[in-house]
Design a protein around this ligand. Sequence first.
Ligand SMILES: C[S@@+](CC[C@H](N)C(=O)[O-])C[C@H]1O[C@@H](n2cnc3c(N)ncnc32)[C@H](O)[C@@H]1O
Length: 287
Amino acid sequence: MPSAGELLQRGAAQLKEAGVERPWSEALLLLAWALGRSQAALLAHPELVLKPEEVRRFSLGLAQRRARKPLAYITESKSFLHWDFFVRKGVLIPRPETELLAELAAAQVKRYFPADDLLLADIGTGCGAIGLSLLLLLPGARLLAVDSSPRALETAKINARRLGVESRAFFVGGDLLAPLGPWRGNLACITANLPYIPEGEYGGLQPEVREYEPKEALVSGPDGLDHYRSLLAEAGKTLVSGGLLLVEIGDRQGERVLKLFRRGGFPAPEIKKDLAGLDRIVWARKP
Ligand SMILES: C[S@@+](CC[C@H](N)C(=O)[O-])C[C@H]1O[C@@H](n2cnc3c(N)ncnc32)[C@H](O)[C@@H]1O
């Protein structure tokens, strides 16, 4: 039977040949998943000899990745901030740039709402990455997590249980802020990473995104802003005075989303850039 080190080399070479961008680190992740061990343990013990069923599991994962199935859907796991989130086909895989939104939201909530007893909402919660991370970062808060996709909500519920925050998380199916009527005027913070890709740009996305990730989680009308237009028309009424609204945007949408915020009753919105220096978040406080 081959050793972990040999399989890692072989796997990385196959992924490289298939055009996978980070072949070595993805091969390591797949091997760690196939063995149920940490990446660090494999790096420390490349001489480890694998059992036949472990080799089979690794080969299966490798074949799927070579066919361009996203890694997170193979391992059913995606790391986000300090935690691993369960993900599966039909539910968007959280992106690294979205971590910035969760971190900024947590920092601003701590700054403006030092009291513990807070109500937050995450609109278009997907697997719950933003909203559930906020519960972990803000131990006194409660969360209303909204999504129009039942599969996303089920996935987020599973994550809430696994992360031990289910007693503070409430899941509501529906369109944007519509299900939050009973809590109108009571929310301290709303986060939203809603679809923002213009319809005409969908065809240009990577094939693995188009084939495996739900289009309804990505595309929002001709300019990508249909969801944010609707959200901004109502968000002000849903927040408490001084409440926070933070949304993730496409890198060329900053100026247009600033206008939507101003029109929605947020006079001083700000743009936060991501690590690549691109516009990524627009956020503001309700006066
Ligand atoms: C870009 S994904 C983001 C998922 C998650 N927040 C994240 O950052 O990984 C957008 C999410 O919005 C949901 N969604 C799309 N249209 C919606 C609507 N009208 N109302 C509520 N959720 C919606 C999708 O089902 C999807 O889960």
